[in-house]
Design a protein. Structure first.
Length: 316
């Protein structure tokens, strides 16, 4: 782990805001790793997204909106089912057998229904999208882009099977905005650096304790080969916030340079047929909002003016 930048802000709050968020119903648990949001927590996420969306659009990004599932083919071709297969969540319909569909409809108890389901789930041809950018790559599959650079952005729920579910740090379903960019290698890296600087300046303005590091896992967590590959090329930077109550750092944004690995997988090239590089930046909104609550406290009225002015629209 190489630390490229660390802020020196003081963090006064030493309480975990998690129980308060549950008490206030700002977080409503549904099942392990899946929450519904309302109140201040939801408002924080929306304000954060407005900020990052605006910046992406200002940089010229084309906004996209995606469905929830990806064809399995996408994960076969981009390598996800090599290094991260344990995190994939598959989606399957019932087998197309009328008798079974009827049997399920007519089953009386949940146990009976579960038993029938266990026998009739069909092949898993779809997967819940684990990141935002795979959909963007799918929209560009087989196409040619200008080497001078193009950007896309989208916000979507992402899904990963996680083994620990009792906090906001590891979620099965989480909200992420990504900015995805394509062009020459130098341009791709300059966009990545621009986006790192943008987040750094915001967090400095808000008085947040954070650091920018080179990293090996979160948005591509898993296998050993991938880890070696990433440390060798130093392809990934991460922004981490301090969680003062446990003195641990949590990744809230990731800045990736894919070089040509994903453009090759999706057969995307430059206009002349030459290879094109890609990169993506992802903002994990639950972690970011949680980190802000941990450091700034659960009373939004005491948050820094620069952030509060966005959070609480003109009252009265
Ligand atoms: Zn991505």
């Amino acid at each position: 782990l190489e630390i490229l930048f660390e802020s020196s802000a003081d963090t006064a709050h030493l309480e975990d805001p998690f129980p308060t968020l549950l008490d206030r119903r700002e977080l409503i648990p549904l099942q392990a790793g899946v929450f519904s949001y309302q109140g201040g927590f939801l408002q924080t996420i929306e304000v954060l997204d407005a900020i990052f969306r605006y910046h992406a659009l200002e940089m010229g990004a084309i906004e996209q909106s995606f469905g929830t599932t990806l064809p399995l083919r996408s994960l076969f071709e981009n390598g996800y089912l090599g290094a991260f297969s344990h995190q994939a969540l598959f989606v399957a319909p019932l087998q197309r057998r009328l008798s079974e569909i009827r049997r399920l409809a007519e089953a009386k108890t949940p146990e009976e229904k579960a038993g029938i389901l266990a026998q009739t789930i069909d092949d898993h041809g779809q997967v819940l999208s684990p990141v935002v950018c795979y959909h963007c790559f799918e929209t560009l599959r087989g196409s040619c882009l200008s080497l001078d650079g193009s950007l896309f952005t989208a916000c979507a729920r992402c899904h990963r099977r996680e083994s620990e579910h009792e906090s906001l740090v590891r979620l099965q379903t989480f909200l992420m905005r990504e900015v995805i960019f394509f062009g020459r290698d130098t341009w791709v890296d300059s966009v990545r650096m621009n986006l790192i600087a943008h987040l750094r300046d915001l967090l400095l303005e808000w008085g947040i304790r954070f650091r920018i590091v080179t990293a090996y896992d979160p948005f591509f967590a898993g296998g050993h080969n991938k880890r070696l590959y990433q440390s060798y090329f130093s392809v990934k930077y991460e922004c981490q916030l301090l969680l003062p109550h446990i003195q641990q750092w949590v990744a809230v944004a990731s800045f990736n340079n894919h070089h040509t690995t994903l453009t090759r997988a999706y057969k995307i090239c430059g206009l002349s047929g030459s290879p094109i590089h890609s990169g993506c930046v992802g903002y994990g909104y639950e972690r970011l909002a949680y980190g802000l609550y941990c450091q700034l406290g659960s009373d939004l009225g005491t948050w820094p003016e620069a952030l509060r002015s966005h959070l609480i629209p003109a009252r009265g």
